[in-house]
Design a protein around this ligand. Sequence first.
Ligand SMILES: Cc1cc2nc3c(=O)[nH]c(=O)nc-3n(C[C@H](O)[C@H](O)[C@H](O)COP(=O)(O)OP(=O)(O)OC[C@H]3O[C@@H](n4cnc5c(N)ncnc54)[C@H](O)[C@@H]3O)c2cc1C
Length: 449
Amino acid sequence: MRHEDDRLTTPACGVHVVVVGGGFGGLRTARALSTRRARRAGLRVTLVDRHNHHTFQPLLYQVATAGLQPQDIGISLRATLRRRGVAVRVGEVVAVDAAVGRLRFADGGTLDYDRLVLAAGAIAEDFGVPGVAAHAYGLKSLADATTLRNAVLSRFEAASAAPGGTEDGVLTFVVAGGGPTGVELAGALAELVDLVVRRDHPELDLARVRILLLEPRDRLLGAFTERSSAHALEQLQRRGVEVRLGIGVARAAADEVVLTDGEVVPTRTLVWAAGVAASPLAASLGVPLAAGRRLPVDEHLRVRGVRGVFAIGDLAAFPAADGGLLPQVAPVAMQQGSVVAATLVAEVTGQTAPPPFAYRDKGSMATVGRAAAVAELPGGLRLRGLAAWVAWLGLHLLMLVGFKNRFGVLVSWIWNYATVDHAARLILDQREAATVETSNGWVRRTWAA
Ligand SMILES: Cc1cc2nc3c(=O)[nH]c(=O)nc-3n(C[C@H](O)[C@H](O)[C@H](O)COP(=O)(O)OP(=O)(O)OC[C@H]3O[C@@H](n4cnc5c(N)ncnc54)[C@H](O)[C@@H]3O)c2cc1C
């Protein structure tokens, strides 16, 4: 169903809008598309994601450091969308055939659309640094966060089991990237060591724990003011984090990281928080890409040069007022999702189209640990310390999807704060299930996919 002027008409079979990605942008789009009026006008919506859940990425670092459980920050897509009449397809989209309006899945399936909203987010950008893709831990999904949590907690168990054997970097944690994710993770790791490991592992000499935060530029939190950067630096150093400015990763191996100044740091735990690039689905459209391999979009978030396809969030390249591109943050994705949904609903119902997209910047925040954060809000309001931390807690609770998640996170935070603990410190290694001890010895299990 392609139209010369690229506007929707509603045939008898209805108009099928497919949204790829159940993250911040895609979920907002699907929800906003499911109005009764749009449904009556024949709009059908399918949301596609490789996971069966939405992930609240800003709190992944708290799952990785045992402050929250994975289910606190994930919500089932079917549960949240079923009452809205949105269909869900779980699967990995591998290509978009825009000429015929079809998605192709890794499992061989296809799904036809009349309109497509690409909201597949971003992937880690390793900038071609050797060894990073193979040896660094990521922090993009719940699986990443629990894998990192398993690794971190296992390092302390390994060190406790062999107190003399920690010289090979078992207790050295390297975080690459001094943006909000790296800063928050490094602060949370330091807190985990100080508040939890100190009591859990009294036999360990904690002076042997090293947390290195590497930032190739000359300051942390480059998108914040210099004052906020300096505050974050001071707070991290006070918590024992070794911050290396002007230094990045030159090469990574399983048991060491070579820094750009030549220093070799023995470690088994490198976390990559140094950058993101758009999902490879952007490239599958075959149009020229913008910086960060993002899809150029017009003022209504239509992909330039491709009929019937919108792009939003981390995947889209929308010009910012300063001449660059809008940042890859959740509010951009959500606001864009609302506008795309309004555009599609208006087309189907014959209402007036909404005005072109304009981003309302609601500010930036990053936390360093208990009662320590920086917040830069609209109107020049700058907060630091406890006030910023409280603002950060409140905003993240509001942004979480689902009452149960909000309630669960609030209870966990109160519990952790009151008991000075990180209660979620279970080591749950899924690889363990692949081998089972039977009366005939150990058996390796294989299951159908
Ligand atoms: C650790 C971390 C911390 C962050 N902290 C903050 C913060 O504090 N504040 C803030 O504003 N932003 C933060 N961000 C950025 C924010 O999460 C993103 O900007 C936002 O998620 C972008 O929304 P999106 O809808 O474009 O993509 P996402 O929310 O990433 O959603 C993309 C979805 O697409 C799915 N998907 C991807 N590829 C495919 C495929 N091929 N097939 C099927 N499904 C696919 C994914 O499973 C995912 O559900 C953080 C990001 C990370 C990783």
